[in-house]
Structure formats: structure tokens, C-alpha cells
Design a protein around this ligand. Structure first.
Ligand code: MN
Length: 128
């Protein structure tokens, strides 16, 4: 499980710290970007197994970034989970429409977060 990597694109430092801690406890390798532009640039060098995408970001928002990534044949297979705001009504639907594979709403529930993430990690049949 130590080889599974997750890219977090999130501009809120507290959320970033929380999500990174939860993933590292589960032994995931974590890549971080605080805006969509940096995240997309990272995807030119690394191919994570999963992307956690904040919706509200400075500059390009998470929905535009998702559309961009899902248009790229080299990247479109990477699952994207939107980090949606409970307060922002309709975020979930917009996220799915933009091409996200699922969503986790913020504030992050530390008890259920990892189980939600695991659902979207591409399954390796060799590990059955
Ligand atoms: Mn944000």
C-alpha cells in the first residue's frame, strides 16, 4: 500500500494538513499543490493514483481543473474526488458534471474519510 500516491489540490492550509495526515497514517504517498495550476504542472511529472480536488481555488477553480485533466488522454484515467463544501449547495452535482468520479464534503469527517478514499483507489487484481 506504500506505493499508492495521492495528489491533493487544496488552498486551505488546515484542510491540506488534515487530509495529508489522514493519508499518511494510511501509508499513502502524498503530493501537494495549493492551486490548480501547480497541480496540473505536477501531473506533467508524476502520475498519482488519485487526485483530491478542492473546488474553490485561487485562479483556476477545481471544476475547470477537472475538465482540463479529464480532457487529457494521458491523465483522464486518474480518479478525481472533489472536496466539496457542505455550505455550497449544488457543489456535488457540479463536481460530477465536470467529470469528478466522486466527492467528499467538507468539513472532512476524520472517521469516514479514509474509507471514502479507498473506494476510489484503482483496484490491483494481483493483491486479491
Ligand atoms: Mn479552497
Amino acid at each position: 500500500m506504500g506505493d499508492i500516491s495521492v495528489l491533493i489540490i487544496e488552498d486551505n492550509l488546515l484542510n491540506m494538513k488534515l487530509v495529508r495526515s489522514l493519508l499518511e497514517i494510511a501509508n499513502y504517498k502524498v503530493l501537494e499543490a495549493s492551486d490548480a495550476e501547480d497541480g496540473i504542472q505536477l501531473l506533467g511529472q508524476y502520475r498519482p493514483d488519485l487526485i483530491l480536488m478542492d473546488i474553490q481555488l485561487p485562479g483556476m477553480d477545481g471544476l475547470s481543473a477537472t475538465r482540463h485533466i479529464k480532457k487529457d488522454p494521458a491523465l483522464q484515467d486518474i480518479p478525481i474526488i472533489a472536496l466539496t463544501s457542505y455550505a455550497m449547495h449544488g457543489d456535488e452535482e457540479r463536481a460530477l458534471k465536470a467529470g469528478c468520479d466522486g466527492y467528499i464534503s467538507k468539513p472532512i469527517d476524520t472517521k469516514t474519510f479514509l474509507a471514502s478514499v479507498v473506494e476510489y483507489i484503482p483496484h490491483n487484481p494481483d493483491e486479491e
